[in-house]
Design a protein around this ligand. Structure first.
Ligand code: OXT
Ligand code: ADP
Ligand code: MG
Length: 579
């Protein structure tokens, strides 16, 4: 592309000079660094920027709400190890994108939120500019780094800094503030070209210290009941072969966290996913690979972890993560690829197999739980329960192991996680560290675009509502996305009643018998109402075969769910609550 604009006739001495401007420099800087897609919502001051970026070969995907564009960018970062780019307008658009930026930071996904902003001179004097807001100050505490570019000559450096900050070390969200005036700033084209920066080795390998590797191996060797936990950091690292080698050479049972599912298949003989409580309570040495000891792992202590003393080995790129909740006996700081490869090398040829009595305990508990679950998945009830519906979806995923599964809700989330086995890395995308509702359609769009694979989104009816308007986006871009809404008439259950005597519905219920399938028909997609597992199976298979945007309203018994799914224990209880 030529970043050249016509020289200004007003200045006679300039007429022969080639000029460029902020618009072109931002586009060139992004392209130079391999950015292929921008997710966003147009408007002042970035409308023309979007048009020009599209004209210059960047795919610009326009959403209906910035939050969903942001979630698409965040999951693009997770899937590709390159920062996903979200582009928003000033103040309200920026704020709409901010939840996703904070989500990316919390989940360690690389993402850059680029927002247009109003004029500094007016904003700083608080003189009431169009969409006036000190965006940089607001973004700072919610992301890994935040930058503002004021001069066209600094665009190259600004974008390079944003990219490096997002991907290096622990990945996260970065905010880049581009005031409206910057886009129109003109400078010499050659100088502009020279000011661009290509980021070299944005996420350099971080090699662990040899003594830390030895310490970890010594602790592992001392174990009688070892366990490996694979978190979403392990999935992000794309060190799949090294991780498989470590697991298989040691014979140690592994427990995948939700988005770590599929790194090794859930059907792998060493998978302890279906014996979770048993392995957490009974293991004596636990190796964490890209998983934090946060609430999802009960902070590494308490009842979940049983009375047996534990030793933890933790592999993480972030040194501050060590000892965050409990003592880490063997911290291994570095990137997962380098750390796991060093461990595999250190195993040598005669590493002892995992103790047989421990392996037998884990396998028998797992097989027992799987056998207990099996008959529940085969029912063809009308109305459906979650198990009957998920029984058929589980088979569909088994038959299409490279499809992407997006999942959110409460029961719709927790039961899908337990029931639907995953077979390949980075195929399960869900609510993540914050348990956030609203990732659904943004993730579906981002995943379809970044991978070119079909997407199956299993959504609670409440969860879907947070991003439902994006089904228009899915239809507009003709993406191979099949959305299945588990419609149980509400949040957790559709059976709550309002006991106050007023006519209002209970706080957790929705319009009964809603037909979400009709929504997608408005945009030319395929809508299906499914009342039995058989109907659900037919509809989803047809959608996955055709690749046509489809929404299946899966009618679930309103009484089938439980409050907050598997995490009802986190609800505070009032001692004064009336029965
Ligand atoms: O070993 P044991 O015996 O314990 O058994 C375990 C496994 O071994 C076993 N298992 C298996 N058995 C047999 N076969 C197989 N294959 C198998 N696999 C596993 O099953 C059990 C359970 O295993 P699991 O799941 O691994 O273990 P467990 O104990 O559950 O794990 C603990 C956790 C904490 C790791 C896990 O539960 C987890 O990851 N939880 C995540 C929970 C989460 O994030 N939830 C989302 C938030 S809930 C709530 O906040 C909601 N809101 C509020 C709201 C939010 N979130 N966001 C925003 C922006 N605004 C508001 C809302 C509005 S949810 C929600 C909407 C809900 O309504 P919907 O309509 O959308 O959804 P429905 O509920 O469907 O109506
Ligand atoms: P989960 O929710 O699956 O348990 P978390 O999000 O809690 O996973 O943890 C992911 C961890 O992985 C974070 O602490 C992050 O620093 C770490 N991480 C991410 N990428 C890498 C990498 N390439 N190498 C090492 N650690 C990484
Ligand atoms: Mg529901």
């Amino acid at each position: 592309m030529s970043a050249t604009v016509q020289s200004l006739d007003a200045n006679a001495t300039e007429t022969e000079r080639e000029l460029t401007d902020g618009f072109h420099l931002v586009i060139e800087a992004l392209k130079l660094n391999g950015v292929k897609t921008i997710y966003g919502v147009p408007g002042i001051p970035i409308t023309d920027f979007g048009r020009m970026a599209q004209a210059e070969g960047i795919r610009v995907v326009s959403f209906r709400h910035e939050q969903n564009a942001g979630y698409a960018a965040s999951i693009a970062g997770f899937l590709t190890k390159k920062p996903g780019i979200c582009l928003t307008v000033s103040a309200p658009g920026f704020l709409n994108g901010l939840t996703a930026l904070a989500h990316a930071t919390t989940n360690c996904f690389p993402m850059i939120l680029i927002s247009g902003s109003s004029e500094r001179e007016i904003v700083d004097l608080q003189q009431g500019d169009y969409e006036e807001m000190d965006q940089l100050a607001i973004a700072k505490p919610l992301c890994k780094a935040a930058f503002r570019v004021l001069h066209a000559a600094d665009i190259g450096i600004g974008i390079a800094r944003a990219i490096r900050a997002a991907i290096s070390g622990r990945p996260g969200g970065v905010y880049l503030d581009l005031p409206a005036k910057l886009f129109g700033q003109v400078m010499d084209a050659e100088a502009g070209q020279k000011s661009l920066v290509k980021v070299i080795d944005a996420a350099p390998a971080q090699i662990p210290a040899p003594e830390a590797v030895k310490r970890a191996l010594d602790v592992l060797k001392s174990a009688k009941r070892p366990l490996i936990i694979l978190g979403k950091g392990a999935a992000y690292a794309q060190a799949d072969d090294a991780i498989r080698a470590l697991v298989e050479k040691t014979g140690i049972p592994f427990l995948p966290m939700s988005m770590g599912k599929g790194l090794l298949p859930d059907t792998h003989p060493q998978c302890a996913g279906a014996a979770r409580s048993t392995v957490l309570a009974q293991a004596d040495v636990v190796m964490l690979i890209g998983a934090r000891l946060n609430w999802l792992l009960s902070h590494g202590k308490g009842k979940t972890w049983g009375p047996a003393p534990k030793k933890f080995i933790q592999i993480d790129i972030e040194p501050k993560e060590m000892d965050s909740n409990v003592e880490i006996a063997a911290p291994l700081v570095g990137d997962i690829g380098s750390c796991v490869s060093a461990l595999v090398d250190g195993l040598g040829g005669n590493w002892p197999p995992a103790p047989a009595d421990w392996v037998t305990t884990v396998v028998s508990k797992r097989d027992e739980n799987v056998a207990k679950m099996a008959p529940r998945l085969m029912n063809n009830n009308n109305p459906m329960d979650y198990h009957g519906a998920l029984g058929v979806l589980r088979t569909i995923v088994k038959e299409r192991p490279d499809a992407i599964l997006v999942n959110e809700g409460a029961n719709a989330l927790d039961l899908t996680r337990g029931i639907v086995d995953m077979y390949q890395p980075r195929k399960r995308l869900d609510v993540g560290t914050w348990g956030v509702m609203g990732i659904g359609m943004g993730y579906a769009v981002g995943a379809a675009i970044e991978t070119g694979k079909p997407v199956l989104a299993i959504e609670g009816d409440s969860a879907f509502g947070f991003s439902g308007m994006e089904i228009e986006t899915i239809c507009r871009y003709r993406l191979p996305v099949c959305v299945v809404i588990f419609n149980n008439d509400g949040i957790y259950r559709g059976t709550d009643v309002n006991n106050s005597g007023t006519a209002d519905p209970a706080t957790t219920v929705f319009v009964k018998g809603s037909r979400y399938d009709k929504m997608i028909e408005a945009f030319g997609g395929v809508g299906v109402n499914a009342t039995t597992p058989d109907e659900l199976k037919r509809a989803v298979n047809a959608a996955m075969d055709s690749g046509k945007p489809t929404l299946v309203n899966a009618v679930i018994d309103p009484a089938a769910g439980s409050e907050s799914g598997r995490i009802g224990n986190l609800n505070p209880q009032s001692a004064l609550k009336k029965k």
